[in-house]
Design a binder for this molecule. Structure first.
Ligand code: CS2
Ligand code: MG
Length: 407
């Protein structure tokens, strides 16, 4: 079997997605997600200009060899653009292999290790009443684990909190035509003072059993993160996510030594090398990379197998900027790996679900990849073309004096 065509489709059914479609001489097609929020066209060019020509004529069954060829062959390794491009090829080839085998992808990864995979959803509000409503809404949708984000008094907007609570999801991107990203304000001291009381109120309202998560989005120093972890201990968090900037693995040592609040990190990490200290020193409890940003199913499976030796569990990144193609790949992997922890699932707009029809389901707070051969996603290219790319960027953060801070 040979690859005869590889095409990059950029579409914006509510937000931008980059998809690679590989076609073989036998007419089998495979899809891969290459979406990198705010830098979509860089990955599209990497694929179209530098990767697609290398794929034509290649054997689609050589998944591992193709991964190594693209990773080592470019000489310039790692980084989100490169690894998103390689991820799209990897997932598209797994999709083809599984379709040829007539099996859902999870079967090729060793088969199901569980019946279904638990997902967590996002609740947020500018204040407690709004947050409580949002938690109730997520529970009504079936979620059995909930990430809690709230506005900070004195700040006009905060990461993860929608200005329009009716929209439910976080305001991670702006789909207007602004020339520059939106600027948000940040004040770490105000946040640290506010958050423990919020979790106390949530526990009082919703009881001790509901798994609660929180994302600090890389904003704290190690000593601030250590204090927050300690302050949150009475409220028994499922995890505290990205408490310090993820690229500094050593920072987690200090946090870890001061708190028993479980720690999760990894959505901006691209390779196993970014996890080396985190794994070998057992500085985290959950590894959070996305299939889409980590080079695909092939390397993420290896990471999770390595993490398992340190009792660290999987928690694949699944915000709305991962397309249904990337979500499907994640859910197959979740079902197969032994050390599954939890899967983030934000869902997508109706337009997105129409462009990407998928076999995976969300029921009672749990996901299942379905039984269709491959990853179980089809791309409606005509509909995709009706939603052209629109420039969109994540916000940036500034302190009160104007200093840029981690967003
Ligand atoms: C996040 C993301 O899902 C998460 O935990 O931190 O929302 C992140 O902000 C976006 O994926 C950035 O594109
Ligand atoms: Mg996060």
């Amino acid at each position: 079997m040979k690859i005869v065509d590889a095409k990059v489709v950029v579409t914006s059914p509510g937000r931008n997605f980059v998809t690679l479609r590989i076609t073989t001489d036998e007419g089998v097609t495979g899809l891969g997600d290459a979406t990198l929020n705010g830098r979509e066209l860089a990955v599209a060019s990497y694929l179209t200009d530098h990767v697609v020509p290398l794929l034509i004529g290649a054997d689609p069954h050589r998944v591992e060899d193709t991964w190594q060829y693209l990773y080592r062959g470019a000489y310039w390794r790692r980084g989100p653009v490169t690894m998103a491009a390689i991820a799209a090829v990897d997932v598209a080839l797994w999709d083809i292999k599984a379709k040829v085998a007539g099996l859902p992808l999870y079967q090729l990864l060793g088969g199901a290790s569980r019946e279904r995979v638990r997902a967590y959803g996002h609740a947020n509000g500018r204040d407690l009443p709004e947050l409580f409503d949002s938690i109730r809404a997520r529970r009504a949708e079936g979620y059995q684990a909930i990430r809690v984000q709230i506005g900070v008094p004195g700040l006009s907007n905060t990461y993860g909190v929608h200005q329009d609570p009716a929209l439910g999801q976080e305001n991670a991107t702006r789909l207007d035509q602004r020339p520059r990203p939106v600027v948000e304000e940040w004040d770490t001291a105000a946040y640290l003072r506010h958050l423990p009381g919020v979790f106390e109120a949530v526990r009082n309202e919703f009881g001790p059993e509901l798994p609660l998560l929180h994302d600090a989005h890389h904003r704290l120093t190690p000593i601030q993160a250590a204090r927050l972890g300690k302050d949150l201990e009475p409220y028994d968090l499922f995890w505290l996510e990205d408490c310090t900037p993820a690229e500094n693995q050593q920072a987690l040592r200090l946090v870890r030594h001061h708190t028993t609040t479980p720690l999760a990190i990894g959505e901006v990490l691209n390779t196993v090398h970014d996890y080396q200290t985190l794994l070998t020193e057992q500085l985290i409890d959950y590894a959070r990379s996305a299939v889409t940003h980590f080079g695909g199913v092939t390397p993420l499976r290896k990471l999770f197998d390595l993490a398992a030796q340190y009792q660290i569990k999987s928690a694949i990144h699944g915000p709305e900027d991962i397309s249904p193609v990337g979500m499907a790949a994640a859910i197959h992997l979740d079902l197969a790996v032994h050390n599954f922890g939890i899967q983030e699932y934000s869902g997508h707009t109706a337009d997105t679900h129409a462009v990407f029809r998928h076999a995976y389901t969300f029921t009672d707070g749990h996901l299942h990849p379905g039984e269709e051969p491959g990853i179980g996603v089809t791309l409606d290219e005509e509909l995709a073309a009706a939603h052209p790319y629109r420039p969109a960027y994540l916000p940036v953060n500034r302190l009160a004096d104007g200093t840029v801070h981690d967003w």
